[in-house]
Design a protein around this ligand. Structure first.
Ligand SMILES: *Cc1c(COP(=O)(O)O)cnc(C)c1O
Length: 368
């Protein structure tokens, strides 16, 4: 029994990445430069957006988007409580108050109906999170935003290349992507802000560079949020084959769902009709009345299959966030129940078909 361990996330680079990183190292120009620019145009091309501004990580692009849209103290921003802490930290970083919409039963994303029920006088922006690689219902959310005059910042950290109604994630509002080590495309750390607004893009370029336009022309508040060419060189060859990376993940997900469809007390992740999912995570729901999740997780681990719980709690249920000014406890029963059901299985592009079959077999056995 020396079967290899299958991890939820796996990082492996081909020779093109190695060659480009080496080329940058030898060029002597390792800070933000031409390779960052090449990443920005590659992403603009793939997503069909006019402007892409690369930054040092996806938390920075979220903060930049909110700040540059004028969101700040006294403003309310509506997001999902079932997400990574960065989404909430970004809202708090600009001094705004976070409100939480419940999620939809199926797709783990913010429910438009729930959003509408908490919009108030102070609401200025929506931050839908495209969780696990599938966009929220952007058709409905954009209609709501338009009706109430709200800005939209898409936390698309997990959804590079995902589409809704034929349009890319990140093209509906101001988009924010992450290239952290575990994301579908990685530069180790990295972020991408997307927009069709030339003025906002120019402001984002200044904001990431101490508020400067060119050399020592301070025009506005800014920070150092630049990405390096070394990091960009890791990402660029992956961006050139983004469709293949995502197609491999989608194929693995389909194979898993085909095999697991009959398992009792397990619901495979659905893809909503208008969506192209990119399966950053393959997250099943286990019926807590039928299965003890930690036992299942343990059995899988013993068989060499790593899994993860994204996310074990709602953000406002952590003592720190619960006590933080600017965090409102909204009623989110579906999201709360979901935290007890979810389990993410490996789905990444480095798995073989037989790896996927092995995962499905082990899951089926663990549930029996
Ligand atoms: C990864 C992630 C982020 C933050 O990205 P970093 O690059 O790690 O700063 C934000 N939101 C979600 C939902 C994420 O998964």
């Amino acid at each position: 029994m020396s079967e290899k361990r299958l991890a939820v996330a796996s990082v492996a680079f081909d020779e093109r990445v190695e060659a480009l990183v080496l080329q940058v190292l030898r060029s002597g120009r390792i800070a933000q430069g031409v390779i960052v620019e090449a990443v920005e145009s590659a992403v603009a091309n793939v997503l069909g957006v006019s402007h892409v501004v690369a930054m040092n990580n996806g938390t920075s692009t979220l903060i930049a988007a909110l700040h540059l849209l004028g969101v700040g103290r006294g403003d309310e921003v509506i997001t999902s409580p079932f997400t990574f802490g960065a989404t909430l930290n970004a809202i708090l970083a600009v001094g705004a108050t976070a409100r939480f919409a419940d999620i939809d039963g199926d797709d783990f994303n913010m429910s438009p109906t729930s959003v509408e029920s908490i919009i108030g006088e102070r609401t200025v922006a929506l931050v839908p999170v495209h969780l696990f690689g599938q966009t929220a219902d952007m058709t409905s959310l954009c209609a709501i935003a338009e009706r109430h005059g709200l800005a939209v910042v898409e936390d698309a950290a997990q959804a590079l290349g995902a589409r809704h109604a034929g349009r890319s994630a990140g093209s509906f509002g101001v988009g924010s992507f992450s290239m952290y080590a575990t994301k579908n495309v990685t530069s180790g750390e990295g972020g991408l802000l997307t927009t069709d607004d030339a003025t906002l893009a120019a402001a984002a370029r200044r904001f990431r560079n101490q508020g400067m336009d060119g050399g020592y022309m301070y025009e506005s508040f800014g920070l150092n949020l630049r990405l390096t060419d070394v990091h960009a060189a890791i990402a660029l060859p992956q961006l050139e084959r983004l469709d293949q990376i995502n197609a491999d993940r989608v194929g693995n997900a389909a194979r898993l769902s085909g095999a697991l469809r009959g398992s009792e007390g397990l619901v495979p992740p659905p893809t909503l009709p208008a969506n192209d999912h990119v399966f950053h995570q393959y997250t099943v729901r286990l019926d807590p009345l039928r299965h003890d999740r930690s036992t299942v997780k343990q059995q899988l681990a013993l068989a060499g299959i790593d899994t993860a719980v994204y996310y074990p709690r709602l953000l406002f249920d952590y003592p720190y966030f619960a006590a933080a000014p600017g965090v409102v406890h909204d009623h989110c029963p579906v999201a709360a129940a979901t935290t007890h059901q979810v389990l993410s299985l490996p789905v990444h592009q480095h798995l073989t078909a037989s790896d996927v079959d092995r995962i499905a077999d082990v899951v089926e056995r663990a549930l029996r």
